[in-house]
Design a protein around this ligand. Sequence first.
Ligand code: AMP
Ligand code: ZN
Length: 141
Amino acid sequence: MSDCIFCKIIDGSIPSNKVYEDEHVLAFMDVAPLTKGHTLLIPKQHVKDLYEMPEDVARNLYAAAPKIANAIKKAFNPQGLNTINNNGAFAGQSVFHYHLHFIPRYDDSDGLKVRWEAKNGEFTPEQLKAIAEEIKTNLNE
Ligand code: AMP
Ligand code: ZN
């Protein structure tokens, strides 16, 4: 896609600090890292978000994910690692070429908030069952 910044990183017209590349995916440093080692993993095929990702692209992308995670772990020994993917502007997506963030966690000072208070009792068991059914009927296999 000609006006996509990540497609330009793939074709080399925009520079990046690459950490891994194969036929299907590219991993490179986030230009504005939240923590040391913050890495992005992207498919080489231009896919806007998870909704539009074909199964083979997903398979090839996630096949590389443990490699990236383990390399970051070996390099910097963080206390933890969050992998995050934002879909849609409302969810925080700012680049519309799918990317999976690898954010190593060293301490609480990075400001990343991904935990939430469990809302016990928000949905009844019957409601949960009905919600699951609604999703199930929308699977298009
Ligand atoms: P998101 O907000 O989830 O869409 O994440 C987009 C990420 O891409 C942000 O963390 C940006 O810092 C990062 N980013 C934007 N432009 C570049 C670039 N040219 N090279 C590397 N990372 C970039
Ligand atoms: Zn793209």
